[in-house]
Design a protein around this ligand. Structure first.
Ligand SMILES: Cc1cc2nc3c(=O)[nH]c(=O)nc-3n(C[C@H](O)[C@H](O)[C@H](O)COP(=O)(O)OP(=O)(O)OC[C@H]3O[C@@H](n4cnc5c(N)ncnc54)[C@H](O)[C@@H]3O)c2cc1C
Ligand SMILES: NC(=O)c1ccc[n+]([C@@H]2O[C@H](COP(=O)([O-])OP(=O)(O)OC[C@H]3O[C@@H](n4cnc5c(N)ncnc54)[C@H](OP(=O)(O)O)[C@@H]3O)[C@@H](O)[C@H]2O)c1
Length: 284
């Protein structure tokens, strides 16, 4: 036994010396469409975060033509993995002329990224008052914080029903979310920790706007017409039972915010919990 562990120690590769400030190593990369990919990386030992929060991540920028110096090129990213996960996961857009993602989309297992370990954000359970049903409203990569919260035990401890709506232009853009939700059914750890069949609390409502799919239309329009509530078999949103988290483009966020206020819900914050919270999926 002793002999074996000595051999193992001797054979183990020397720990990789970080070459970047706040470096983390990429452990997995998956490309979902020509515009979307996800990746996992190592987690800094000291990083504590609440499911739903975001951090700044990036790569070294190009050398300054005059000085030759390189500066980190950082962007806000929702952590898509839950707070208990030993690694971190991110779900990313590929903007072909985007300063960061034109490069980030080419990362491979073993590469390093920069990760500033200072998590922040409003899409956290602490910013909401107790309720019966939680709505997660996402467009595009706005699904990322909910990928974290859907794997967070507190989501199921706090609510009887968990409704996730995801509106994208095309069918392929729903795949990351669809597979993640499907995988919850057979996730042994979560079924054991949260309770067998916890995933039955989830109602998943994916819609597309520019490619044919079983449910077409913007979620905002589908709620206005009452179709979404009828499809889901739930009563329209009310301030006693319903809580909501919103993450999408600016126009979507403003429209949903207006609708939620119309249903009588009030916006919450970390410092003042209330009935719904909003965060931008990207700046525009
Ligand atoms: C709080 C917060 C959380 C974020 N979380 C994520 C995340 O989890 N995943 C992610 O991919 N991005 C996320 N973003 C956007 C991210 O910070 C960058 O904008 C994105 O990575 C593109 O960087 P870039 O340097 O390539 O291009 P930028 O110069 O940053 O953006 C160029 C243009 O691309 C478009 N764009 C940028 N991001 C997106 C996007 N996510 N979806 C669709 N169009 C976009 C916009 O029109 C933008 O003007 C988040 C932004 C904020 C503010
Ligand atoms: N997705 C693509 O295939 C694609 C390809 C090339 C370039 N781009 C560019 O990338 C940027 C982001 O595109 P994206 O598709 O990731 O995100 P997006 O434009 O934010 O759209 C994502 C989804 O949100 C819906 N939406 C937009 N505004 C809404 C609102 N006010 N209320 C309800 N739903 C709303 C869109 O519906 P609608 O379709 O009805 O707007 C779409 O289904 C854009 O600048 C776009 O031009 C996108």
């Amino acid at each position: 036994m002793t002999e074996m562990s000595t051999v193992t120690e001797a054979a183990a590769p020397a720990p990789k010396v970080p070459t970047l400030p706040d470096a983390q190593t990429v452990t997995e990369v998956k490309h979902w469409t020509d515009r979307l990919f996800s990746f996992r990386c190592t987690r800094p030992a000291a990083l504590r975060f609440r499911s739903g929060e975001f951090v700044m991540i990036g790569l070294m920028g190009d050398p300054d033509p005059k000085t030759g110096k390189q500066k980190p090129l950082l962007r806000a990213y929702s952590i898509a993995s839950p707070s208990w996960d030993e690694e971190l996961e991110f779900y990313s857009i590929k903007v072909q002329d985007g300063p960061l993602t034109s490069k980030l989309q080419h990362i491979k297992v073993g590469d390093e990224i920069i990760l500033r370990p200072k998590p922040v954000g409003t899409l956290v359970h602490d910013a909401l008052l107790p309720g019966k049903r939680i709505w997660f409203f996402a467009t595009g990569t706005g699904f990322a914080p909910f990928a974290s919260l859907l794997r967070e035990p507190q989501t199921y401890q706090d609510y009887d029903e968990v409704i996730i709506t995801h509106t994208c232009r095309e069918v392929g853009e729903l795949q990351y979310g669809r597979e993640l939700i499907e995988a919850l059914k057979t996730d042994e750890l979560l079924n054991e920790v949260i309770g067998e069949g916890f995933w039955k609390k989830i109602k998943y409502y994916p819609t597309t706007t520019r490619e044919e799919s079983p449910k077409m239309g913007r979620i905002t329009d589908l709620m206005r017409s009452g179709e979404a509530f009828a499809d889901l078999g739930v009563a329209p949103i009310n301030p006693e039972d319903d809580r909501a988290m919103v993450c999408g483009n600016l126009a979507f966020n403003l429209e949903i915010k207006d609708m939620l206020e119309g249903y009588g819900l009030e916006e919450g914050a970390n410092s003042k919990p209330a009935q719904y919270v909003v965060e931008k999926a990207f700046l525009d």
